[in-house]
Design a protein around this ligand. Structure first.
Ligand code: NAD
Length: 321
């Protein structure tokens, strides 16, 4: 069995490897070669922690396993470690023997960034120039860095519920040599691509604050009750997602479907666009919306990729188990 500790991931995993792994597994999901198992998420009644499992099996990539972890709200204050903690376990699908244990914290950030990035590659207009960010927390910086690699963006604009966090976005824009401007939500009308990545429970972005031809990746809503955009925006858009079942239950589409504005059948798998089974964007004026809910197979795909890299570089720790 191989172990790849969390401390090694930053030097091993690249945005490119994460992108390729996620794009491939989304395609496998759409061709029914890979499927996610039901998610378990429990408030364990101890230190206010939320703990759970996300697992799945990719028959195409022969990746079987689960990510175990969750959210410990007091970690930073009490133990000086981050509140989100996760570990990925991979198993040999031929024998059931455990194959690898991999630190899952940085991988989660990279696989989430890769998802919106994959959606931009396949759905945004080729001539997109302005990227708008809603959210400026930990994950927003990862989303922005990955997104900037997908088009020749010329400007970053940003809005955040806590404006004092906007310098996080400005720093990433500066690193990429791009100007950054803080805007009001109406200013998002100037964006060609918008990423929302917040922990909001109410609609932030209204349908009339988005211009025709925009691509929006909604990445923050991954739980029942969370919400980032006006449900009417989904009615105005061609809607895509990682997994339809999650999109309509814990993703952004839960609200639009719940209010009868769109139907489950209006939500398309991004993997079908990657495979060529769905044509994707139909014109320069269409609004496309990607509802990125985060699936276990994404975690397994990036973990399998990092195990290969770690073995290749002699960094993986081999344990007789
Ligand atoms: P963070 O705590 O670092 O940042 C939270 C962000 O939400 C900040 O921009 C903050 O200003 C904003 N925010 C907080 N309260 C708000 C409110 N009431 N209204 C509007 N905005 C508010 O968290 P993070 O690590 O950046 O994660 C952001 C979100 O992304 C979380 O909700 C997390 O669950 C979600 N997430 C989704 C996936 C996925 O695969 N879809 C993966 C990882 C994280």
């Amino acid at each position: 069995m191989w172990i790849v500790p969390e401390r090694e991931i930053a030097d091993l995993m690249t945005r490119e490897a994460a992108f390729n792994a996620v794009e491939k597994v989304f395609a496998a999901m759409a061709s029914n070669d890979a499927y996610n198992f039901p998610v378990v998420r429990e408030a364990i009644g101890h230190v206010d922690a939320l703990y759970g499992f996300k697992g799945g099996f990719d028959r195409a990539g022969l990746t079987l396993g689960l990510k175990a972890g969750g959210y410990w709200p007091n970690n930073l204050a009490t133990h000086s470690i981050i509140n989100h903690q996760s570990t990925v376990f991979l198993f040999d699908p031929d024998t059931g023997k455990v194959k690898a244990i991999v630190g899952g914290n940085l991988l989660t950030a990279l696989r989430t960034a890769a998802a919106s990035s994959v959606s931009i590659k396949h759905l945004a207009r080729e001539d997109a120039k302005v990227i708008g960010m809603i959210g400026a927390g930990h994950q927003a910086t990862f989303q922005l860095r990955a997104a900037l690699e997908q088009r020749s963006f010329e400007k970053v604009i940003g809005w955040n519920f806590h404006p004092e966090m906007l310098p996080n976005l400005e720093k990433v824009a500066e690193e990429a040599g791009l100007p950054f401007e803080a805007v009001e939500l109406d200013g998002m009308q100037n964006a060609d691509v918008i990423i929302s990545i917040t922990s909001s429970h109410d609609a932030i972005l209204m349908a009339d604050q988005v211009s025709p031809g925009t691509h929006i990746a909604c990445m923050g809503t991954d739980t029942e009750g969370k919400q980032e955009v006006d449900p009417a925006l989904l009615r105005r858009s061609a809607v895509f997602t990682d997994e339809v079942a999650q999109s309509i239950s814990i993703g952004e589409a839960q609200h639009a479907v719940g209010q009868g504005l769109i139907k489950e059948s209006d939500v398309n798998q991004i993997g079908a666009v990657i495979n060529g089974a769905h044509g994707g964007r139909t014109g320069a004026d269409q609004i496309t919306l990607f509802d990125g809910t985060g699936v276990g197979l994404q975690d397994l795909a990036v973990a399998a990729s990092v195990v290969d890299l770690a073995i290749e570089k002699g960094i993986a720790i081999e344990v007789d188990f």
